[in-house]
Every structure is written in C-alpha cells, then in structure tokens.
Design a protein around this ligand. Structure first.
Ligand code: ACO
Length: 363
C-alpha cells in the first residue's frame, strides 16, 4: 500500500516533466526557463492543447477566440456573480463555473480558460462594492484580466508579470489537481466536470491554497530581524511553513526562480513591493537554514507559492483570490491532461486494502 502514491507512475503524458532532483520543469518540450517571460500565455495554451482538438487554430486566431470566450462568459455567468460574491472567491468561482454545459470540444475548453479570468476579477470587484468590468476581446489575456480587475489598463510591466505567472503555473506533471482532472476525464464525464473537480483539489492549503497564508506569515513576522524567532516558534508549535517543501522537488522549485525575477522587476517600480521583497528574502534565508537543521533528511526549500504571494499582491489581487488566480493559469494544463486521458487513457480505478471488521468479527 502506498499512502499518498509517492513514486507511483499513473499516466504517460506529453504535457510536462517535473525533474525533482535536477529542479527542472519541461512543458511540451520546452524548459520553463525558456518559456517564462518569453512566450505569452496564449502561445502556451496553444502548446498545451496541441494534438487534443482537431480544430485548434493557429496562435493569433486562438487568442482572438479566447477573447470572444471571455466576452461570452461575462454575458452568461457574471449576471449570476452578484448572488455568489459573498462566498469565498474559490467557492464562488466553482459555483459559477458549474453552470457551464459539459462537453469535449474546443469551444468548451476556451470557455473554461476564460471563466476564471473573467469571474475572479468580477468577484473581487463585487466584494469591494464596485461593478464588474466587461472584457475587451481584442486585448491580450493577461492585460484584459488586469483591466477587468482595476477598471483601467495596467502598466506593461504588470501585464508582463501576470503573463509570466500564468505561463509558469500552466502545467506541472501529475500534481493533485491534475490527477483529479484525469480521474474524472477517465470516466468520459466531460471537460467541465474534470475542471470543477480539479478546482476543488487546488483549493486546499497543501496544494494551491498556500500563497494567501504565505502573506499571513510575512505579516506575522513583520520585519527581517524577527524572522528567526517567529519561524522557530511556529515550528515548535508543530506547524508547517507555508510556501516551503514539495513532494517532488528536492532542490529549489524552478518556478520560484521565474517568479522571483518577476517580483524583482515589479519591485524596481514600487516601494511597497521592494519592502516586501527584502522581508521575503530574509524569511527565505532564515527558514531554509532552520528547516535544514531541523529536518536534515528532507530538503525543504521554497516552492512556487512563496513568490506567487508577493507577485499577486504587487499586482493588486487580494489574498483571498490567489487560488482563483492560480486556476486562471493551471486550467490550460488541466484541459490538456483531461483530453489526453479521455483520448488515450483507461478508466482510473485503483484498489484499496480493507482494514475494517469482517462479518464474522462485526458486533
Ligand atoms: N514546513 C515544515 N515542515 C515541513 C514542511 C513545511 N512546509 N513540509 C514538509 N515538512 C516536513 C513534514 O513535517 C515531515 O516531517 P516528519 O517526517 O518529521 O513528519 C517531512 O517534512 C515530510 O513531509 P511530508 O508531509 O511527507 O511531505 P509531502 O511531500 O507530503 O508534502 C507539501 C509536500 C504538502 C507541499 C508540504 O511540504 C507542505 O505542507 N508545505 C506547506 C504547504 C505548501 O507550501 N503548499 C504548496 C505546495 S506547492 C503546490 O502545490 C502548488
């Protein structure tokens, strides 16, 4: 019995390869280091979906159709957002997306990619008492998300940072949410069912729910000089440090490097982000040292969520929306994996070992 399925290979995939010992991530043949910052999210969507839809258009047309899908989501789903916006953002997103009709076609896939991009900014604004802002289909995906969030065009460096983030988190092997998507896809339930299930898995703090608590940790620490004492006290209470550790990576998570570069670029233009960065770097250094001393057999370094927290905060996303923003990027990977599983995989049906009473033992 393998509790947690560590090291179990449960799928063959062309989507991505996570090399935990080397600290490398390959997405559809490209190293993340080459993709992040140089390819747009729309280009990476094209890569991730290639081979899974017969009618997948070239990049420019795909971007245009995604823009149309954003407009369609705004018209069809945002009217329901008013009734949902008091729910936590991820719960509201799940409830709104559940209204989409299931299907396996490209139009369904584009609606699913558009939905978090349109709904998360809408929920944030409605929670702040502001009206939702309609998308502009001709805009790039990242630029439009920030426009829908702030009600005004974003600075080019902010758009670039969000685009890099979406690319960085777009796919990552057989993580918990992607595995969930594949399990549902293996029953041929349809893409909407797969993606809703994956969103549920993403929400947990051991997966995509960590970046909000990373900011709580930085707030709790307050100043670089307080880091060591705060971290030691937290670990003494038996708690985990959010944004540290990974099931696969035994060296630094390569996504953290890409995101730290984006945060640095944003910090050059903003004092608040620069201050956060100084604090975060000192927390990273102190925590890495303390964890190495306390857990010498288990390398524990920062994961993707650590600098995600700083990046999304700098872009103006409130912390309760971070998991929803993660879904904006990961949804393309979920869709590619779901199609791959439905087209080429088998029904996923592992076994359990029964450890309860037998009829002759039951009272
Ligand atoms: N802080 C302190 N100790 C930790 C941490 C941490 N962040 N992560 C792991 N450990 C310790 C565990 O307590 C355990 O110690 P023990 O053997 O003495 O009991 C040991 O390291 C191994 O931990 P596991 O739970 O077996 O590691 P697993 O591979 O299951 O966990 C996980 C990976 C869930 C990411 C874990 O490192 C964690 O909880 N991190 C904090 C939450 C977090 O950052 N989540 C985001 C992950 S990235 C993503 O999903 C997008």
């Amino acid at each position: 019995m393998n509790n947690g399925l560590d090291d179990v290979v449960a799928a063959e995939t062309v989507m991505s390869d996570v090399d935990g010992l080397a600290g490398r991530l390959i997405i559809r043949g490209y190293s993340l280091d080459d993709l992040a910052g140089s390819r747009s999210y729309e280009e990476v969507i094209g890569l991730l979906l290639a081979g899974f839809f017969e009618d997948l258009p070239p990049e420019r047309e795909l971007a245009a159709r995604l823009g149309v899908a954003r407009a369609e989501i705004f018209e069809t789903l945002v009217p329901f957002a008013a009734a949902l916006h008091r729910l936590p953002v991820t719960d509201a997103l799940r409830a709104a997306m559940a209204r989409l009709a299931d299907g396996e076609d490209l139009a369904t896939a584009l609606r699913l990619i558009a939905a978090p991009a349109v709904l998360v900014p809408a929920f944030i604004r409605l929670r702040q008492g502001e009206p939702a802002v309609a998308p502009r289909p001709a805009n790039g995906h990242a630029a439009d998300i920030l426009r829908m969030l702030h009600g005004a065009p974003a600075a080019p460096e902010a758009t670039k940072a969000l685009d890099t983030y979406l690319v960085t988190v777009s796919d990552h092997g057989l993580n918990a949410s992607t595995f969930t998507a594949r399990v549902v896809a293996s029953t041929h339930a349809g893409l909407v069912s797969s993606i809703l299930a994956a969103l549920g898995a993403l929400k947990g703090p051991l997966h995509g729910g960590a970046p909000g608590p990373v900011l709580d940790m930085l707030d709790g620490i307050g100043a670089p000089g307080e880091a060591e004492a705060w971290l030691e006290a937290t670990l003494d209470k038996g708690e985990r440090l959010m944004g540290f550790g990974h099931r696969i990576y035994r060296v630094r998570d390569p996504r953290a490097e890409a995101l730290k570069g984006s945060v640095r670029a944003l910090a050059a233009g903003g004092q608040q982000t620069a201050g956060r960065l100084v604090l975060a770097e000192s927390v990273e250094a102190a925590a890495t040292c303390i964890l190495a001393r306390r857990k010498p057999d288990r390398p524990l370094q920062i994961n993707v969520e650590f600098y995600t927290a700083l990046l999304l905060e700098a872009l103006g996303f409130p912390r309760e929306s971070f998991t929803g923003v993660f879904a904006m990027g990961r949804v393309a990977g979920w869709i590619g994996h779901s199609r791959e599983q439905a087209l080429y995989g088998r029904l996923i049906r592992p076994q359990s070992r029964y450890v309860g009473p037998r009829p002759d033992q039951a009272a």
